[in-house]
Design a protein around this ligand. Structure first.
Ligand SMILES: [Zn+2]
Length: 430
């Protein structure tokens, strides 16, 4: 399509009224938005009864502009919408002589010295033509010098994850429920990604408020300042992804661990994106007790590296502390010892020093790991098998660290497995 064509937007409500009408011709009112070179149909009349449409979900389409009066016609002439596409493809300066057009559409109003507007609706376009790009609706600018086609977009009847039905396991994930612990920069990206994957319920757990300094790294913006992170995230998620419910829990996973037990009992998986060592340990322990898989995601070493761990509630696999112990036994990394220190005293666990997009990348990675885990375990989807249970990811890797952090390239991912449980582990052996 040439860039010089003005554009036309036809809201679903208008299209529906045209499709349901017991008349074949009626009036339209449009707003022309010069900055967008776009016409938006805002009012439709059937048998002289007009209805103004509300487009509150789409602010741009509600902008006020120059008002135009137009016409709609259903099945006005065979082949008219095929002709529309042909003319559009031939370029923006292509027009049909007014007299010819009027001859084929006798109910077309004479625009006189002005410009008229017409939408032609043909519900009987052959399937062959539809695949070639002919649409049921076509828009025309009509004046005495000639009639020009305009590209038109009709708001679809079906929106949301349902559009992906048949291409993505929408129904399976709609029944899934995942708790996200920590709605910081990683957790916010996790929550957004889970909703976009179609997870039906995403429980949000975080005790903190969203403040100015959070904005530079977070998916939330100025609208959220002052609110609890979970409440602001719930508002944004449920508006953008109405297929997802996002219950907000203003809770601290460590201090409110007793409340976490009942929450974790009701979910399919727990994803911990909280800062610090203690929340990760609590999630590791409680997830194991609840018999649920858990994904732990964080960045390390001032954002140089990321770590995504999948814990599995199986006697074959150890918990977080068993993994840490096995890494220490392999003499893996001095920093491991530091990571066992409380947050604030350890030098390594400082996500606040990373850049937002790197944190979002880790969040999306962790969300994919969570969804893949459920699809493989619950629905036998072998396309969703992961290479391992423990991923380390290079973000700005220094290249001088021991395994499993021996990454020397950005975006390098090393995968490893989980160790067996330690015989004396109180998490793995209740
Ligand atoms: Zn253990």
């Amino acid at each position: 399509m040439s860039a010089e064509h003005p554009f036309v937007v036809l809201p679903r409500e208008v299209a529906q009224r045209i499709e349901d009408a017991d008349a074949s011709v009626g009036e339209l009112t449009l707003q022309y938005l010069p900055s967008e070179d776009m016409y938006v149909v805002r009012r439709v009349a059937v048998n002289g009864v007009g209805v103004q449409v509300r487009l509150s979900d789409y602010p741009t389409l509600n902008w006020e502009g120059t008002v135009f009066i137009g016409q709609w016609m259903t099945k006005p002439a065979p082949g008219i919408n095929e002709k529309h596409l042909d003319m559009l493809r031939r370029g923006a300066d292509v027009h049909a002589p007014y007299a010819d057009f009027k001859d084929s559409l006798p109910s077309l109003l004479d625009p006189g010295t002005k410009t008229g507007f017409l939408i032609t609706h043909d519900p009987d376009i052959p399937a062959d033509w539809l695949t070639l790009g002919v649409q049921q609706y076509a828009a025309w600018l009509v004046n005495r010098e000639g009639v020009r086609p305009m590209p038109l977009a009709v708001e679809p009847a079906k929106l949301g994850l349902g559009q992906l039905e048949g291409k993505w396991p929408v129904a399976d994930l709609q029944r899934a429920r995942i708790a996200v612990v920590g709605i910081g920069s990683i957790g916010g990206a996790v929550a957004q990604a889970l909703a976009q994957y179609g997870v039906g319920t995403v429980d949000l757990v975080d005790p903190d408020r969203f403040l100015w300094h959070n904005m530079v790294r977070h998916v939330l913006g100025p609208d959220a300042v002052g609110r609890y992170k979970v409440d602001a995230m719930k508002s944004v998620l449920e508006k953008r992804w109405p297929d997802t419910a996002a219950p907000a829990h203003r809770l601290d996973v460590v201090e409110d661990a007793h409340l976490m037990r009942s929450l974790f009992a009701g979910v399919d998986l727990i994803l911990c994106a909280a800062d610090g060592i203690a929340p990760r340990r609590v999630v590791s322990h409680l997830a194991r007790r609840a018999g649920k898989p858990a994904i732990l995601a964080c960045v390390l070493d001032d954002g140089a590296l990321a770590e995504v761990i999948r814990l599995r509630p199986s006697p074959r696999y150890g918990c977080l502390l068993c993994l840490r112990k096995s890494l220490r036994d392999q003499n893996a990394l001095d920093a491991e010892a530091a990571q066992e220190l409380d947050y604030g005293t350890g030098f390594i666990h400082r996500p606040m020093t990373a850049v937002g997009s790197d944190l979002h990348l880790v969040g999306q990675f962790a969300a994919k790991a969570a969804v893949a885990t459920l699809l493989e375990a619950q629905h036998g989807d072998h396309t969703q098998r992961l290479p391992g249970d423990y991923a380390t990811i290079g973000l700005r890797p220094p290249g001088d660290m021991a395994a499993p952090f021996d990454l020397d390239r950005a975006l390098q991912v090393n995968w490893a497995g989980l160790p067996s449980p330690r015989p004396d582990c109180t998490t793995c052996n209740p």
